[in-house]
Design a protein around this ligand. Structure first.
Ligand SMILES: Nc1nc2c(ncn2[C@@H]2O[C@H](COP(=O)(O)OP(=O)(O)OP(=O)(O)O)[C@@H](O)[C@H]2O)c(=O)[nH]1
Ligand SMILES: [Mg+2]
Length: 315
């Protein structure tokens, strides 16, 4: 009989401050887009699972919302869901934007960098409190000299919450394979949890809504810091093999509605065609996408919106 290595499968949670690159890393590890990415903080709102294969190991990555000091209800729900994503994981990767750390260390920081550094401290405290060790992954090493990062790595490692340190660039892929192999080794022996060729685990309606939300952010990121959410209201498979998708973009104010629609509807048109193109790639079929924009002043305080995203309303 030939002996082959046993199969392994488990969960690896990626946690970190907003904008650290968690979703970029998840997509990179999976080798497909499963989670949306923008330049804005607080892009990811609920844990998103992506499935990566590494030899005989299946790593179910849990991309989580950024962890920060929450104020609004939605913030609280997001942060809570990020920690709960880490709770049951077989491995935790704490992803840190090394460029923000360096900027603060060298006194050249913008407000966002300072916030990021504070959030990293909050996460370290959280890990200590939970008695969990994490893998530290310093991200965004592209364009940064290695010597400059060593001090950052050492200072963080000295907190005692990390088992090891990786230096990576989720954007270029540098160092990501080593991290993946390490995670593979940490997965417990057992049968795979998903079919080998599955990459994402998100209901298709939700995934479709996320893709559109990404396009909204990409297009109007300055004007709409936080105020939009997208819901898929209809998803029909048509007899000719195409899909008909209807979605509503909810905003909090009339002025925001006008911004999303744009002059002569140009902005909404751009959002719609960018989203349709990606959806059609993703679903591998022709997509007819219909977008509506509605004002719903208190969407961020309405229970059903949270349920749609699998978030706890009462936190
Ligand atoms: N230069 C550089 N930029 C990166 C890298 N990884 C991610 N980014 C950029 O950082 C920004 C945030 O990336 P995301 O992957 O959305 O970050 P996130 O941690 O998921 O953010 P939230 O979901 O908002 O918490 C995007 O503009 C990415 O392109 C990297 O390795 N190098
Ligand atoms: Mg994200």
């Amino acid at each position: 009989m030939t002996s082959s290595s046993p199969t392994r499968a488990g969960f690896a949670a990626i946690i970190g401050a907003p904008n650290a690159g968690k979703s970029t890393l998840t997509n990179r590890l999976v080798g497909a887009k499963v989670s949306i990415v923008t330049r804005k903080v607080q892009t990811t709102r609920f844990p998103v699972r992506g499935v990566a294969m590494a030899g005989q190991a299946q790593i179910v990555l849990v991309d989580t919302p950024g962890i920060f000091t929450p104020r609004r209800r939605l913030d609280r729900a997001m942060v809570r869901s990020a920690w709960s994503g880490a709770e049951d994981a077989d491995a935790i990767v704490h992803l840190v934007d090394v460029q923000a750390q360096l900027a603060v260390g060298e006194g050249k920081a913008a407000g966002a960098d300072k916030k990021a550094v504070q959030d990293v401290q909050t996460i370290i405290e959280g890990l200590k409190g939970a008695g969990r060790q994490a893998i530290l992954a310093l991200n965004k090493i592209d364009g940064v000299k290695r010597e400059r990062m060593l001090a950052v790595a050492k200072a963080l490692f000295d907190t005692g919450v990390y088992s090891e340190v990786f230096m990576i660039s989720a954007a270029t892929g540098a160092g990501v394979e080593d991290l993946r192999d390490r995670l593979a080794g940490l997965m417990p022996e057992g049968p795979w949890l998903y079919p080998e060729d599955q990459t994402a685990d998100l209901p298709v309606r939700l995934l479709a809504a996320e893709i559109t939300r990404e396009k909204v952010y990409l297009r109007v990121h300055e004007e709409l810091p936080y105020a939009a959410t997208v819901e898929t209201t209809a998803f029909e498979e048509r007899r000719d093999g195409s899909a008909r998708i209807e979605q509503t973009i909810f905003v909090e104010r009339e002025g925001q509605r006008a911004i999303i629609i744009g002059d002569k509807g140009q902005t909404l048109k751009w959002i719609g065609s960018a989203s349709r193109e990606e959806l059609s790639d993703l679903l591998d079929r022709k997509v007819h996408l219909f977008l509506h924009v509605k004002v719903r002043e208190n969407w961020a305080d309405e229970r059903d919106i949270y349920q749609g995203m699998g978030l706890d309303f009462d936190v």
